[in-house]
Design a protein around this ligand. Sequence first.
Ligand code: HEM
Length: 423
Amino acid sequence: MRAGDQGAEDLWAFERELATLPIDRLDVARPRLFELGLAPRYFARMRREAPVHHCADGAYGSYWSITRHHDVERVELDTGTFSSDHYNGGITITSRPDDPQFLPAFIAMDPPRHTEQRRVIAPAFSPQRLGEMGTQIRRWSREILDGLPIDEAFDWVDRVSIELTARTLASLLGYPVERSRDLIRWSDAMVALPGTPAFPTLEDKLSVMKECFATFETIWRERLKAPTGNDLVSMLAGRPETREMSREEFYGNILLLIVGGNDTTRSSISGSVVAFDRFPAELKKLRAEPGLVAALTPEVLRWQTPLAHMRRTAMRDVSIGGRHIAKGDKVVLWYLSANRDETVFHQADDFMIDRPNSRRHLSLGIGIHRCIGARLADVQVRTLWEEILKRFPRIEVLRPPARSFSTFTHGYSELQVRIPARL
Ligand code: HEM
């Protein structure tokens, strides 16, 4: 959160707006609302008063918000009516078919091309491959945790969340693990809204992304000549469906994997620390019953919701919740809201490690686009916590975490913590 009076003033203004504006004038899609942690309160009002909500003239134009769990599921599963294809509108509230930065990737395609390309990389997440990666992830988790200072403040996002996800991604892509931070820089550039301190202009963003493409261009050529194994670039280079893909498609798919596996897992790991700090009784439960660690990832994913939304475009006129959505309309699926839907999740704002239905969360999507890296994310969160439980009695959050300035990635840019002692 930005320091000082500005934060307090913005908070006051947004709270006033939430209490006084007619429901059809609300525009929830403003990054500052998410940065201040106020978006969930907007969604609560929308679920009550207008669960299928139309914003006619928002910061990102006209769009529908789908806020109830049942309706989000329905839209995601009806891929004939609601398209992910970039050229129909794309997958985020900001995407535009004429975006000069766009690179095609299968997350932003409809069948049959989506199906073909997804099939090629699926083996990278096979149980056998996950088993191999699980061993590496345990070794890295131990190494990272053993290197942390005791009784001293440090940033958990940088020292732990980023470090573990970066090494995992490097291994998945067959990129040198000692240079794994490159992947973080490239991913951050990709998701950054121009104007943020790290990327003041669009040119700053593009120059970092060019570095990524040049590097993977070299790797692609090497792997085309000699695929080295079961890493993702070898897979894309080795199969006829993807071997002939255009440069743009190759870059798009590499970026998809870098971004898809990066910010999301990072926020889940950081979110788990924030959740246990706010709900310490849940950590006691976990210590008393270590088998509950299997239930940890789904509840962390529900509670944190690392991606606040995905977007679709209506391909025909359709009615949802009694509202008429016209062909061509932008439809935003707010996972952050669906995961807090009280008709599905009892005391939805609370983090409960033994919540009986946490697996109904929608943080990974549902249907044909459901996250392909879901199990890999689970291995990272679960393994890290198994190792934390052996080492530290608790992790104290020292001050309010700095949340991301984004309506899409829902995480933390900084999380200052202290580990008081080892076990
Ligand atoms: C798809 C979230 C981890 C790669 C998705 C979708 C969501 C999501 C919501 C569905 C998109 C849609 O319906 O339009 C997450 C979260 C993660 C995570 C919350 C961490 C907790 C990963 C990892 C990888 C990955 C570790 C790989 C390195 C992908 C890819 C897709 C995808 C390639 C596209 C699938 C398709 O379109 O068929 N993810 N993801 N994700 N994710 Fe993840």
